[in-house]
Design a protein around this ligand. Structure first.
Ligand SMILES: [Zn+2]
Length: 291
């Protein structure tokens, strides 16, 4: 956040019976001045000039792309194509009712470094960030969807290995990305508490909705040090929609109808997230007013 220097302001404190205003000059901390200005414009907007705030922006992040194919399926399907097709379907569904604005980190088969994906979400002022993938394991019998949030340590060894695979996407970028455990810990600690709470609310909602419609991994809500989830101010989750290494999951992920079902579940999860977020904000406001 840019620094806010103190500002000298003349404020109207009240009026005498004669109508003469009592004015004082104060040196206000910059942030307080900005808050007063926002409050004043809010009061002004309360009347007939009130405008609706813009719909929240959901940033979808189709994994991989360009020279990075992601996981390669048992019959040769590339994860990058499945993730983009699913993200475009989810975009269509989210935009259908006009309740959200939606942007994608990529809309074509192009390579984008992980940090750039986070930066794009921040540049758009995203309210949510949803990264979409399909995993692969040497054990071809494993199938099912799972949902991940950022943490400084992985919930289990399998998730630690997944985070290494997803984070290694940047090796296609040339310089190579190598996060030491120390850096990963610092990055994770930078993520604000409210953002962490939002991320886990969204993850829980994703798991609950996907679980009704799809096979899931055991303990499908997991966490690890994913680079792409490190936006300090945007609740972020990574969804693995299934396994490219499992013949059934791969065949399903290739089918538009199956991707539509995944997107429907994810849209319900996003809807539920915003309903909860609005309720929490309302409770906070009520508490603040009564204090
Ligand atoms: Zn991936």
């Amino acid at each position: 956040m840019p620094p806010c220097p103190p500002v000298s302001r003349r404020l109207l404190l009240g009026r005498l019976a004669s109508g003469t205003g009592i004015i004082g000059t104060f040196l206000l901390p910059g942030r307080m001045d900005a808050a007063l200005a926002a409050a004043a414009s809010g009061t002004a907007a309360h009347g007939r000039t009130a405008t609706r705030p813009p719909a929240p922006l959901v940033m979808l992040d189709p994994g991989h792309g360009g020279k990075d194919p992601g996981a390669v399926g048992v019959s040769g399907t590339y994860e990058k194509h499945v993730s983009l097709a699913a993200a475009l379907e989810l975009k269509r569904q989210l935009e259908a009712e006009g309740r959200y604005r939606v942007a994608l980190t990529r809309t074509r088969d192009t390579f984008i470094p992980l940090d750039d994906r986070v930066a794009r979400a921040q540049a758009h002022g995203a309210a949510l960030f949803v990264s979409m993938h399909a995993d692969a394991l040497s054990d071809h019998s494993v199938r099912g969807a799972s949902v991940y949030t950022l943490a400084d340590s992985a919930s289990d060894a399998q998730t630690a290995a997944l985070a290494r695979r997803e984070n290694s996407a940047d090796r296609f970028g040339g310089a190579g990305f190598n996060t030491s455990p120390e850096i990963a810990r610092i990055l994770a600690s930078l993520v604000r508490r409210e953002t962490r709470i939002g991320s886990s609310q969204l993850a829980r909602s994703m798991v609950g909705n996907l679980d009704d419609n799809l096979p899931m991994l055991p303990n499908p809500e997991r966490h690890a040090g994913f680079v792409v989830l490190k936006a300090a101010d945007i609740p972020s989750v990574l969804v693995e929609m299934g396994f490219m290494s499992n013949p059934v999951d791969e065949a399903e992920l290739r089918r538009p109808r199956h991707r539509t079902r995944i997107a429907e579940a994810m849209k319900r999860a996003v809807d539920a997230y915003f309903v909860t977020a609005a309720r929490v904000a309302q409770d906070d406001r009520a508490k603040w007013m009564s204090d």
